[in-house]
Design a protein around this ligand. Structure first.
Ligand code: 9D3
Length: 250
């Protein structure tokens, strides 16, 4: 898998990607990274990449030419990869998009800055626009890093555990269960007894119940998307009953 990132801040991308799981995937050549700086594709003495918007208004607009030339350079080395613009106007990136991207050969990411890009660049060179959520960032670099991280974690050999196993237990649309480590007793309380029982079936059942319960309490939007089987329905019912007993029924 190769990632090409068109950005005015290539050092930010390179440094962030040198760390942790993604850094190891780079070292082991499971992924490749090249950054392309539009500023390197300018021809004026000031290396200008932005200009004032036609029609007036605040802020600046990313010019076509440095972007076009950077994309063309990236396309020469990754001709089959889609050009993906990180943009507040994009479709929401989620785990299912991460999965489909992980099945491909990579992407050429374009990171916007300023108020936006000249629309003619978007219309001509961009295959897809992605947003990572409804909040305002200063540019597309952090979103590109988030997408690359989410996709890289899904590639075979990147995590110690078999990726499909991890996906099965955690990315089924429910939230994760609580985790505990030593000590068994601390000032802040005790580890739930079931986790010390050694009964793996009972532990799996408890974890599933907690996952379903957390999703019910915290992310009813996710719960509504789920199609729970009978066992899950019974576990969630049990969690709801416990919860109501603990918090008093109105
Ligand atoms: C004033 C109108 N703004 C549009 C919502 C302007 C604007 C805000 C932020 C233009 C560019 C940006 C920079 N953000 C991104 O490039 C971006 C982003 C984001 O801000 N939030 C979530 N996902 C993304 S993907 C790219």
């Amino acid at each position: 898998m190769r990632f090409d990132v068109i950005t005015l801040f290539p050092e930010f991308i390179r440094q962030a990607m040198a760390i942790g799981v993604v850094g190891r995937a780079l070292d082991r050549q499971i992924i490749g990274l090249d950054c392309w700086n539009p500023r390197d594709y300018t021809e004026d003495n000031y290396r200008t990449v932005d200009d004032r918007p036609y029609g007036g208004g605040p802020g600046m607009v990313f010019m076509i030419e440095p972007l076009r030339r950077a994309v063309q350079a990236a396309r020469r080395v990754a001709p089959d990869n889609p050009v993906i613009l990180l943009s507040p106007q994009g479709q929401r990136f989620d785990q299912s998009r991460a999965k489909s991207m992980a099945a491909g050969s990579g992407a050429i990411f374009v990171c916007g800055r300023y108020e936006g890009l000249d629309q003619r660049f978007v219309d001509h060179y961009v295959d897809e626009e992605l947003s990572i959520g409804d909040f305002v960032l200063s540019g597309g670099e952090l979103p590109a890093l988030a997408v690359i991280d989410a996709v890289t974690r899904l590639l075979p050999g990147v995590l110690h555990t078999d990726a499909s196993a991890i996906e099965d237990s955690f990315m089924d649309g429910t939230l994760d269960c609580p985790h505990y480590t030593r000590p068994e007793k601390s000032e802040e309380g005790e580890v739930p007894a079931v986790l010390l029982s050694g009964n793996h079936a009972l532990i799996a059942r408890w974890r599933r119940k907690q996952s379903l319960g957390a999703t019910w309490l915290r992310r009813p939007d996710l719960l509504a998307q789920l199609n729970l089987n009978k066992v899950d329905q019974a576990l969630l019912r049990e969690f709801m009953d416990d919860h109501k007993a603990e918090n008093g029924v109105q």
